[in-house]
Design a protein around this ligand. Structure first.
Ligand code: MTE
Length: 323
């Protein structure tokens, strides 16, 4: 994820805990050259000492589905999922997000669904949750940086919400705009880290796909701030950065929206960003991944293992070109 020039990095340095290098290089020089194994050890020793102190509310779910889970996929622990995060608005350190985000206030909250729709509407969060009827979905989660987890999300398919607003025929893409609140998000007090807001997007057929989830919780409880409270996108066949956290606006648009990481570095992060072990990131291989909590590496699966459900969306597209 983090932006470094190719000649600044050796493959031995590729780690799931690289220090942040922004496009203006203001943190140049502060690079932690740790190996994946070393960071794995560091992560384990840190989490062994920490306690889960944040509180969440229980969510009643109607069903539980573990679509496409493989025999060797075991859900990661609540501690792992909530203390190893990417959420740059709070911190560029994965272990640093939870403590900084701890007091983030995400109630009251509303989500504006706007743009090319017959019935655009602003939904209060509770109204949204009721409409969606939360269900549990246990999905693999693959970060573009080369690590992965298995997460028991609670949420509802995005298509339920989109149906409510009646998209117009010329609505071809969906843009997800996340919150800007520099009073609560320290890295939003400047634009050194990223340009804000963090924005993501999907093609309309991707957004309507039954696997695409608006998550409001995990492990049967409301989301903690570090995981994108109160509402975040989950698209399990794409790299994790497509899943914008703390969404405030969903816009139906005609043309492909500008998205945060592909604007920051279009050579490294595409709009589609489907998990693809045969298309390497310019600075590291995507063939394998490290499951958080494990030491060895696993093979990365095409579409993160969801090909049976989603490959048809991309028929006729050159997946090397539309990365
Ligand atoms: N959403 C916002 N608003 N800001 C972020 O920095 N990081 C993305 C994505 N959504 C990010 C975001 C990245 S790179 C990943 S891998 C996932 O969130 C991480 O989600 P997790 O911390 O819940 O595992």
């Amino acid at each position: 994820m983090l932006i470094k020039k190719t000649d600044d990095i050796k493959s031995s340095e590729i780690t799931d805990e690289p220090l942040y290098f922004n496009r203006r290089n203001f943190l140049r020089g502060a690079v932690l050259a740790a190996t994946t194994t070393a960071t794995g050890w560091l992560y384990k020793s840190l989490t062994a000492q920490s306690q889960v102190t944040q509180t969440t509310d229980k969510i009643a779910t109607v069903t539980s589905q573990s679509t496409g889970l493989l025999p060797n996929d075991k859900p990661n622990s609540f501690e792992e999922i909530t203390h190893y995060n990417n959420f740059y608005e709070f911190s560029t350190s994965k272990q640093g997000v939870a403590p900084v985000a701890k007091n983030f206030v995400s109630r009251p909250w509303s989500v504006e669904v706007t743009g090319l729709a017959n019935k655009p509407k602003t939904f209060d969060l509770d109204e949204l949750i009721k409409l969606g009827q939360p269900e549990e979905r246990i999905y693999r989660h693959r970060c573009v940086e080369g690590w992965s987890m298995v997460i028991p999300w609670v949420g509802f398919p995005l298509h339920k919400l989109l149906k409510e607003v009646e998209p117009l025929a010329n609505a071809k893409f969906v843009e997800f705009v996340t919150v800007v609140d520099p009073t609560q998000m320290p890295n939003q007090r400047g634009t050194e880290v990223l340009s804000w807001p963090y924005v993501e997007g999907l093609r309309m057929d991707e957004a309507l796909h039954p696997l695409t989830l608006l998550a409001t919780g995990l492990y049967g409880q409301t989301l903690l701030p570090q995981n994108g409270a109160p509402l975040r996108l989950v698209v399990p066949w794409k790299y994790g950065f497509k899943g914008g956290k703390s969404i405030v606006k969903i816009r139906l648009v005609e043309t492909q929206p500008r998205t945060t990481w592909s604007s920051e570095n279009p050579r490294e992060y595409g709009f589609y960003s489907n998990v693809n072990p045969t298309v390497d990131h310019p600075r590291w291989s995507q063939a394998t991944e490290r499951r958080i909590g494990e030491f060895g590496r696993r093979d990365t699966l095409m579409f993160n293992g969801y090909g049976e459900q989603v490959a048809s969306l991309y028929e006729g597209m050159d997946l090397r070109k539309f990365f």
